[in-house]
Design a protein around this ligand. Sequence first.
Ligand code: GDP
Ligand code: MG
Length: 382
Amino acid sequence: MALKWFKKKKNTKPADVSVQTEDATEKMAALPVSESEPASHHEDGETVPPSEDSRTDPIPADFGSLNADAAFSPAVEKDRATLFSRLKSGLSKTRQILTTDIDELFLGKKLVDDDMLEVLEERLITADMGVQTTLAIMDKLSGKRSRIADANALKDALKAEILTCFENLPELSASDKTKPHVVMVVGVNGVGKTTTIGKLAARESRNGKKVLIAAADTFRAAAIEQISIWAKRAGADIVRHKDNADPAAVAYDGVDAAISRGADIVFVDTAGRLHTKVNLMEEIRKIQRTLAKRLSGAPHEVLLVLDATTGQNALAQAKMFDEALGVTGIALTKLDGTAKGGIVVSICDTLKIPLNYIGVGEGVDDLQLFDANRFVDALFQG
Ligand code: GDP
Ligand code: MG
């Protein structure tokens, strides 16, 4: 078993939880939003209903289980193909790392040798599968080496081993019948919380649900404007206060408004950093407690957003948020354009939290329900 490369790297410092410095709200102008004129200033607690013409973005038909009835229609098949090709192009950099060398490695050889395994191991680590997961995969591959005679067989064996990392995944939390269903969305700055809420709100709205968004990231006015634009294009109501308002109060008012208007689902946007010196986790826990005060059982979901480009650091973030809040599901964004797609395998293999969604772009239809088979196919299909 070739562990030379890993041993060399073993003493590198562990991932620490860092917060991205770039402020994403400033990039809002570049987002693919057609009606991007800023909303006018709203007084405390004012809510803004969706505009009539705001539901224009196509949501892939098999995005969510709500479309199960239509599962075999030709239109859905076409959407599936689109989803797969989007995923494939999103994963192209990771795929390159994992697969390119395998063909070269086998040139002029008939058996898997130690050098080959060593290179492969390095590739898995480079793709951010994590040391623990990589070693487990390599161990099993090594045991099968005598039966692997060409590059394709090696790819198939690797694919099979990666797929086993997705076995025994925790069940997605069953969406209960509570109305409104409250989803608190958390994560460090810049990971894609607001964008993910926008995409989810559009999907729910498209499926006939009445959606309300609570703009509880009150760090800056721009953050509130950003979520307002997403709410408008998703056809969702929004509850917003002034910037620097108490986030817990916004969350409370959001659920309050959702109850009185009969909304089906509430997404609570939260900050990844704060204008005060209050600890971020304490602040978010306060939001969590306040939601429960207004509606017993809320929040029904705590969705943690992680950025795939941060690689193993995402795991450290997951542990931190899970300890503080009890995370029920993960949305992993920015898989497009990163060579660190192996983080998906690492997350599923090491965390006991379901990976619900993956983000493969900035557009409204660039969020997919995570499907292990589709993911692994996209990772290996050239
Ligand atoms: P927040 O601070 O967690 O709310 O992050 P934002 O939702 O504001 O997103 C930060 C940046 O990441 C924005 O420029 C988004 O367009 C971008 N982003 C979010 N999700 C994705 C994704 O899946 N792929 C790509 N390429 N960009 C994304
Ligand atoms: Mg945000």
